[in-house]
Design a protein around this ligand. Structure first.
Ligand SMILES: [Fe+2]
Length: 622
């Protein structure tokens, strides 16, 4: 791209073309990256010490979570003799953040004074505009238990030229190792639920398990496996450098032989060497229906949510402004949701590992109650030279390790993030757009097998989901490219959607909402907009990437196949009432109200019906 830019610059008549290229670039960056990780704006390795005797910073209370809370508000008072508008306060965890904790890899290198990024920050004048006059101010931070102690630092010089002016006292949670942030996922079979959580206990210190059972009946215990990883498991910066933070221990327990649709309670436990126990809060979930079971089933799907801080930290960055609204709407409606799919671009940690704890804390009310199924996106997987299909560093060097460890998915191999899962009358095939999906690839074979194994009499609602748009989107960038999809997106998959009569294909990556007509061979198969019935002869494609990250612009003109577009934050809810009736709703995150919807009404014979060129072979013999 750089070479073509130079060529264009040498030709003044090509200024219009140059503008077009720049527009393409900016649209591409905005859509694919979704803004800049706020922590990456800090030039932390360039920070210098200018500690001042008249500057101070103090945090309280000293001990957090005395009543077992995993989050608490902290007040930070500070004073500077030379206050400036771009002074800022960083939260470090672990509290000791000086360079003694990470000597330079190359001994000839100048040792950095600070070599790990803070976990969050605010500008000093955020709570009081008098700060620049008086030099005194106070800020409030909401901290979560992240297995280590905390300290606060006052910096001058802005984010790009940080000068450390004062360092606070150390504060800590009463039990920093506590088991926290459970996330449920469907197991490999319908009657298995998995619980994954994070703690500070390795297996040589305590034995992890889940105590669980049908509500108000005898509780049993199931063992949990333990995983962790080291800095050298990261593939590049910043995950391998300033973004690195110890992830703790990630445990997964497999709760098996569940009764369909039963209410279970569970709590996380660790048995210490002295036979005492550390317990989490008590949680509950409803087990999955038997595949094919006729009952009310409600599914939520969205992509690209990311996270934000309720205390306003990092607020000048406007990174994932919709994420808290989406989270709050789902929590509000949680009694009416059975399973959630977050189809890629999960945290946008981009190599700043502390953000994964903060994300799992944010979604805890949802993920601890209903299965929280994830797909892998560019911000989870892509790192150059590591086998990701796209050669970008959108994962900030995480190369999939965080997503594949922090969340369980029922994949044969979590490093190849494709899987199928059943939920009653739904059969889901989840793809991995960060690995090759084209005909002949391992993933293509999986997708075909996943579609082929749906018994449509029992599971009429066949759903495909993948992070990038492999189907249809009128994103401005795609339209400038003339593709309306990722390159090679539907070349191979369209014939599978057609052959196996996939009902709906979902995508994220593009941060908006768009719904197509039922499509066969790039054509709308009917002109109906809201009530589909009869023969299944096309797949409806839905972009639902407005989970929270900065929005993406549409093309000016709306293609014929595009029925509804919304430049806003939102998510989709599917309600299967029975084998013949499905309701699709698009809700905005700002108010939880429905802005687009349609229904599908049909019988089994409508799925079997012969359409277009997609008929099963028949014979005249009788
Ligand atoms: Fe993405």
């Amino acid at each position: 791209m750089a070479k073509s830019l130079l060529l264009l610059l040498g030709d003044s008549s090509s200024l219009t073309s140059l503008a077009a290229v720049l527009l393409v670039l900016s649209v591409r960056i905005a859509s694919a990256v979704g803004g800049e990780q706020p922590l990456s704006k800090i030039a932390i390795r360039d920070a210098v010490y200018v500690l001042h005797e008249n500057a101070s910073i103090r945090a309280h209370p000293l001990i957090l979570g005395l009543k077992g809370e995993d989050t608490e508000w902290v007040a930070v008072d500070f004073e500077s003799p030379a206050p400036a508008e771009d002074d800022w306060v960083a939260v470090f965890s672990p509290a000791n953040f000086n360079s003694s904790t990470c000597p330079p890899i190359d001994p000839r290198q100048h040792a950095p004074f600070i070599c790990s990024a803070p976990i969050k920050y605010k500008f000093a004048n955020e709570s009081s505009s008098y700060y620049t006059k008086t030099g005194n101010a106070s800020l409030e931070f909401q901290l979560i238990n992240q297995r280590s102690d905390f300290s606060f630092a006052l910096f001058s010089g802005g984010l790009s030229n940080p000068k450390l002016v004062a360092v606070s006292n150390i504060i800590n949670f009463a039990n920093p190792k506590a088991p926290l942030y459970p996330r449920l996922s469907q197991g490999k079979s319908w009657d298995e639920m998995t619980v994954t959580w994070t703690s500070g206990y390795n297996i040589d210190e305590a034995t992890p398990f889940v105590e669980w059972g049908v509500k108000e009946q005898t509780q049993t215990r199931s063992p949990a496996g333990t995983l962790t990883f080291q800095q050298n498991s990261m593939c590049g910066p910043p995950a391998r450098t300033v973004g690195w933070r110890d992830p703790g221990f990630i445990h997964t327990s497999f709760l098996k032989d569940l009764w369909p649709n039963a209410k279970y309670t569970y709590r996380l436990g660790h048995r210490l060497a002295n036979n005492s126990y550390v317990w989490s809060k008590l949680y509950s979930f409803k087990s999955s229906p038997f595949p094919g079971q006729d009952s009310l089933q409600r599914v939520v799907i969205f992509g690209d949510m990311g996270k934000a801080e309720r205390d306003g930290s990092n607020e000048y960055n406007n990174y994932q402004p919709g994420s808290l609204n989406t989270t709050d709407q789902l929590i509000k409606d949680l009694d009416n949701i059975d399973i959630v799919f977050h189809i890629g671009d999960i945290t946008y940690a981009n190599g700043y590992i502390s953000q994964w704890d903060q994300f799992t804390s944010m979604i805890e009310p949802i993920a601890s109650t209903v299965p929280y199924m994830i797909a892998s996106g560019n911000h989870e997987r892509d790192t150059p030279g590591t086998g990701s299909f796209y050669d970008t560093n959108d994962s900030g060097g995480e190369c999939g390790v965080l997503a594949e460890t922090m969340f369980y998915v029922p994949a044969e191999n979590r490093a190849k993030f494709w899987y199928s899962t059943d939920y009653g009358m739904f059969h889901f095939c989840i793809g991995d757009s960060e690995h090759d999906w084209r005909e002949g690839s391992e993933q293509y074979r999986f997708i075909e097998n996943c579609f082929a194994t749906a018994d449509r009499q029992k599971q009429p609602w066949l759903i495909f989901a993948v992070h990038r748009v492999l189907g249809y989107s009128s994103l401005a960038y795609y339209s400038l490219m003339g593709s309306f999809e990722e390159p090679m997106g539907r070349d191979s998959l369209q014939k599978l959607w057609q052959k196996y009569k996939v009902d709906i294909a979902f995508y994220g990556h593009v941060h908006n909402y768009e719904r197509t007509c039922p499509i066969y061979q790039n054509q709308c198969v009917n002109s109906e907009k809201s009530h589909y019935s009869g023969t299944v002869n096309g797949t409806i494609h839905v972009v639902v990437g407005g989970g929270g990250c900065k929005l993406s612009y549409f093309s000016e003109s709306q293609p014929i196949w595009s029925l509804y577009r919304d430049f806003d934050y939102g998510f989709v809810k599917l309600t299967a009432f029975n084998h013949s009736s499905l309701l699709f709703e698009y809700k905005k995150s700002r108010d939880g109200k429905v802005y687009d919807s349609f229904t599908i009404s049909r019988d089994y014979r409508d799925v079997l019906a012969c359409v277009h060129d997609g008929c099963e072979p028949t014979t005249l013999a009788s």
